[in-house]
Write a protein that binds this ligand. Sequence first.
Ligand SMILES: Cc1ncc(COP(=O)(O)O)c(C=O)c1O
Length: 365
Amino acid sequence: MKKFSARKTLAKVENYQPGKPIEKVRKELRLKRVDKLASNESPFGVFAGVRKAVAKELSKVNLYPLADCFYLRQRISSLFRVQPNQIIFGNGSDEIITLVLRAFVEPYKEEIIIGSPTFLIYKIQAETMGIPVREIPMKNFRYDLDKIKRNITGRTKMIFIANPDNPNSTYINHKDMRSFLVSIPKNILIFLDEAYYEFAPGDFPDSLNFLKEGFNIIFTRTFSKIYGLAGLRIGYGISRPEIIAALDKVREPFNVNRLAQAAALAALKEQKKVRQIREYIIREKENLYSALDKLGLFYVKSATNFVLIKINSAEKIYSYFLKRGIIIRKMSVWGLPDFIRVTIGRKSQNSRFLKALKNFMRTGG
Ligand SMILES: Cc1ncc(COP(=O)(O)O)c(C=O)c1O
C-alpha cells in the first residue's frame, strides 16, 4: 500500500523560527526579568484606548467577526482616500503574502524574485506552494535593484520588496523606487511590504501615489509594530480593485478576528502617541549607534525599530544574553552568522542590553 505522506514540495521547506517567547525563557531559565528584543514588537505595551475597545468587544466574541472588516475598511478608506474595494485585511500582513502567492502565481510554472537575505516568509510560503524562488543577494545590506531587473525572465510573476527591509533595516527612497517601478514590465506584480513604514525617513516612497500612477503594485502595512498589536494579528494591503478581488477569492471569510478589528480601529486614533514612539525610536537608535561606535562594532544604519550588529561570536553572545534574561535574534538562519539583531526597547531595556554587551566584550563571555 502507498504510504501516506505530505506533499513532496514540503520536504525542502524550512520552518519559520520565531523569536523565543518571554514566557518560555522565564520558565526554562527561572528568571524574574526577561526582556524580549527579538521580534521588533512595540516596547510600550498596549494603548489605553485599545484596552478599552478590546474589553468592550470581548462580550461579542460568541459572534463571528465582520467578514469584510466593515468599520475598519471605512476608516482606512477615508484615511488613504482609496475606495473600500482597494483594501484587503489579513491575519497579520503575513497572511497577505500567502494570499498573493495563492491568487497570482502559478505553481511550478511561474516564479518570484526576492532579496537575500530578507523577510523569511516570502520564500517559505512560496516553497510550500511549489513556486520557484529566485534570490538576489543584497549589496551592502541594500536591494540590488539593477540585478533584480537583470534576473527577470518570462516566468517572473512577482517581486517582493520589504521596504524598509527586515533584517537589513535599510530602505529604498522614493526616487530610486520610482525608477525601479518604471523599468519593470507591467505584467509583474510588485509587493511592497511596508511593515516598518512608520519608522522610515521623510524621503520614503509614496506608494499610494505609485498606485495612482498605474504601477502594478500592492503595498502592505501592519498593526504589529508601532501600533503594538502583534499578538492580535492584523495588517492590510492596498492595491487596484482587480487585485483585491482576486485576493478576496482565496481569503478565508473570517480571517481577521473581532478583537483585532476593534483594536486596530482604536489604535488608529492614537496618532499622537505613534508620532512620539517614532521620535523616541529615532533618538534611542542614535544613542545605540554612539555606544556601538565606542565599542568599535560595525552596525547597519537602520530605518526601522531594530539594529543589525556585527559581532564575531554571535552564537555565543545569544546564549550569554539569554542567560541574563535578554532575548535577541541570532542571524544564522538568514545567512548572517556574524550578526545579531536587536529591537529598540524601553530605556531600561536598552541600557540592560548595552550593559550586557559591554560586559561580554570585556570578558569574552
Ligand atoms: C518585513 C516584514 N513584513 C511583515 C511582517 C509581519 O508582520 P505581521 O505581524 O503584520 O504579520 C514582519 C514581521 O516581523 C516583517 O518584518
